[in-house]
Design a protein around this ligand. Structure first.
Ligand SMILES: [Zn+2]
Length: 273
């Protein structure tokens, strides 16, 4: 399939795709136009908006349409509560209804967060239900995996996916990364790579195949806790994708153009864009 999104190496700024941006969040309501304009000037040609809860899905789809982005539908482990069985039914109905929607590219973000012990059992059931939907609708998954790698790997083996997916915001050793790659997953690399003390991740990037990496801002979930000021958040994120590409290029001793182009292609392939 020929993608409508192309990499133009001669563009004034290197084209980039944000594989994970919560552009639908209310905190961007007054700033969304300017944010997208800035990011597009800096080379953003496409973005994927992951889902977090049933309450977000309608707005998410509207924002994706308005800004010509793709989206995923799912239940994030932080948003998993007693409602999850009815949310899954709603998710299933939306998937059936929007099967032909080209913007709908994945299930997620879903997964497990060991920091949220109170809801752990519900998280497991809810994640399993989403993996099962990904199998049935033949979609990749966007996975949030924090303090839960063993369980996530176990479930990925139990629910093998044709289109696999991405471990977003990956942080871990080469060995852990390899286990995910063995399941066919890609790794979403975000702002943690820019932290010079993130030694484990920086070492992994040196060792991993470039074909396994995509880049992401994770705007706004990751940053809003540290920097509640939306303007700070936005100005940092504008540049983040290029900083990530430059850092990967430096660690892998490759040119920025080569890394940009490969990461771009990885993202097209991951989401079938
Ligand atoms: Zn996210």
């Amino acid at each position: 399939m020929v993608s409508r999104i192309t990499f133009n190496a001669k563009a004034p700024v290197m084209p980039v795709i944000d594989s994970h941006i919560h552009l639908d969040f209310d905190l961007f309501d007054a700033k969304r136009d300017i944010l997208m304009l800035h990011m597009q000037r800096l080379g953003l040609v496409h973005a994927v908006i992951p889902g977090v809860s049933a309450a977000h899905w309608a707005k998410q789809r509207a924002v994706a349409k308005q800004y010509d982005c793709s989206y995923a539908l799912g239940i994030h482990p932080w948003y998993c509560d007693e409602q999850w069985p009815s949310d899954i039914v709603q998710l299933e109905q939306l998937l059936i209804k929007n099967k032909q929607d080209k913007r709908l590219v994945a299930i997620g973000e879903c997964g497990l967060d060991g920091g949220y012990r109170d809801t752990w059992d519900m998280q497991i059931h809810c994640f399993e239900a989403q993996l099962s939907l990904a199998q049935r609708f033949d979609l990749p998954v966007i996975i949030h995996s924090v303090k839960a790698h063993n369980e996530v790997l176990h479930l990925l083996k139990r629910y093998p996916l044709n289109k696999a997916g991405v471990i977003h915001g990956f942080y871990g050793s080469t060995q852990l990364a390899q286990q995910y790659l063995d399941c066919g997953m890609k790794l979403g690399i975000g702002h943690l790579l820019l932290n010079k003390t993130a030694k484990k991740l920086r070492e992994s990037i040196v060792n991993l195949p470039l074909a396994s990496l995509v880049v992401e801002t994770d705007l706004a979930l990751a940053l809003q806790q540290e920097k509640p000021d939306v303007d700070d958040n936005i100005s940092e994120s504008n540049l983040m994708l290029h900083l990530l590409i430059a850092e990967i290029a430096m660690l892998q001793k490759k040119s920025r153009v080569l890394v940009s182009e490969q990461v771009f292609r990885n993202t097209l392939q991951l989401f079938d864009l």
